[in-house]
Structure formats: structure tokens, C-alpha cells
Design a protein. Sequence first.
Lengths: 277, 137
Amino acid sequence: MTENAAIFWYGCNMTRHGEVIRATTRFLEAVGVVAEPSGGPAHCCGSPKDASARINEGMARRTIQGFNQRGAAQVVTWCPSCHMNMQDSMAPVTPTNFETVHVTEVLHARQEKLRPLLARAVPRRVLLHQHLGFNGRVPVNSLVADLLRLIPGLELVEHPYRSPGHMCSSLAGVPGALADAQRATLAAMAETGADTLCTIFHSCHRDAVSLERRGIRVANWIHLLAESAGWPAEDEYKAWRNAADAGAAIGAERMEAAGSVAVEKLVLPELAKPPVV
Amino acid sequence: MSTGLAERIRAESARLAALCVACGECVRACPMTAYAAGVEAAAPNAVAAGMRDVLQDGEGTPEARAWIAACTRSGVCSPACPEGLDAAFMLRLAQWRAKGALGTPPLIPVKEDTQYSPKVKAFARLTLTEEEQAKWL
């Protein structure tokens, strides 16, 4: 990595969506921010170990020290948990040599460089899936809405509903909360006549893709930008999650290459879970 | 000079608890109270006082613990605070403490996915090329 280059800190659970990591990195590069993707357990914010300050701190420190050693001037975040943890508990404990900015801020600030790339019409009537949380820290709801408005042919509809929490994974831990939020989202889709629900975060996307079984389309904002740019960004997670047989959808050869035992034990149960609503 | 996370949790808890007047505006603003047993029937200031107690090494009340457990970081409590406190961060601190982050027995259920990292890696092996895994993980 060259001095003062950026790091695209995509988080942990984004590994379900490799195409989003790839396309986001490409968009960052297209607007002039060369950012090497970093994520997974070796670059954890520590929050999976919230029940132990000692372990949480150790994981977070390792992440910061790794970023510091790479000499990046900027760490571009995707995950709102990572972003908030960096500001609230990581950087105050382990000093950083970089500034932390959210990917939506970076792309929004350079939207004039993005605009010429978005040449293909995406004729969809889109409702943006928005949460109350994190938006007070980084105004993601309006930043992503502005970016979607750059896409020719895309119509963004308005609805006042905002899900509680900062992303859907937080609601999933509270009995009943995610189901209520999904029902309210479906109601908002029906009220606005939207055909596509656009997710902002990966965890929301992971939980929302099964709503396609209710007759709507679900795409992440990066998928929509990539579609407009004519870049490949096939949503395999969505296809696997909604397949009658996820293992068959992934394919035996690919499962074998990834480690069949691990895929059967760790991946297929999640893909086969019944939808929340 | 930086300190450890446990020290930061203790110091920030003490600082914010000392400033909090437990007026309950954070509880009134919270969109998650319906999911926290007993909170909607309780006085908001009593729930807030229970949360403040957790920040001060106490056990809080059952309603306060239920409220802390139901926090999903909506963040609307912070602008609702008439004292201008970062109430969302207070809840984050309270949740850390209630989960036993400082070594004390947990006050709320702790749901930890022991397969969290293996799952992240298993998906990575499916969606990222070997070269991407080598560079990006």
C-alpha cells in the first residue's frame, strides 16, 4: 500500500456479499479514492465480544494497529457498528493515525465524478430502507437517497417510516422487533407503490432479501449504482437465500472448493432459515 | 495517554451518571420500549434512574435491565435529552456493563454466536476469490 492511501474497512459480515465489496471498491477508485478492502475476523471492531471488555479491546487494538502500520490516511467504513465503535470505544483507547469516514460520505462528496459513470437507466420505483440509528452520526438516509437520484430512470419514493435500531441485525436480537419492522416496511412498499426495496447496510440486506418471496424486489444501493454503471454485481446471496435448495444453487463444485463440511454446517442453515415474516 | 476499554467504560459511566438527572425523556423517546417487559407501564424517570444505577455499579430495576437489553442503538434518546447528554452512549455503556464486560456476572441475557468468525470465513470462501481472501481478510 502506498503512503496516504485509504483502507476500505468493510467489516465482518460483508463477506456474504463479495460483489458489494468489489463494486464499492471500484466506485471508490472511480472517484479517486484508492482503498484496499480489509475486513473479516482479523479486522474486527470487537463488538462480537461485548461481554468482555478485555477481549473486545484486544480485537479492536489489533485492528487499529494493523491499520496504523499500513500508513493509511483514511479508513473508509461500511458497517455502522464498526464506524460507531471506532469513534466511541476503539480510537479513544488505541490512538489512530487515520481519520474515519463513512463510504456514503466519500461517494456523496465526489458525486460529480460518479454521475458520468451512471449512464444506464434503471427503471425502478424505489423505497429506501431507512433506520433511525446511525443517521444522527452520519446522515446516511439522505446521502444514499442523493446517490440514488443520480441514476437515470430511477424513481425514489418517499415514506415517513424509519425502522428502529441502526441496522436490522440489532433488531434481530430483540424478539418481535425485526418482524414488526419488516411488516411495516412491506406496508410502506404497498402504500407507495414501490417495486424495489433498497437496503443501505449489509445486515438489512441479508434479512430483507427473503421479502422477494412477497412479490417485491430487493437490492442494495451499491447493486443499483452498479446496474446503472453496467458493472457486474450479481447478488448471489439473495439467489441462494431464496432457492428451494441452497446447496444446489451454490453447486457441489463450489461447495467443495470452499470446504463442504464448513458450508454445510455454517452456511446452509442460515440460507435455509424460514423468512421472518 | 490512552487507557484500556474497561477503564474507559468505568470513567465514562461515572461521568455521564453524575450528569444525568433521570428525567426519563430518553425513555419516552425510545422506539423500543414496547419490546422491553414492564417499561411502558413503568414511570420513565424510574426506568432512567435504574439505567443510571447500572452505570454506577448497581443492578438497576427489572424494567431498566429490560430497557437496556432492548437497546438497538436507534439514537433518538440523545437529541431528546434536555441536559444535552449523549444518552445513546450511556445506553451503550449500560449494555456493556449489563453484559458483564467488566467481569461481573451479567445482568441481562448475553447472546454470543460462537460460530460468528467461522461463519464469516466460510462465506468468504464462497464469495471471494483466493487472491481476494489473501489480500482482504
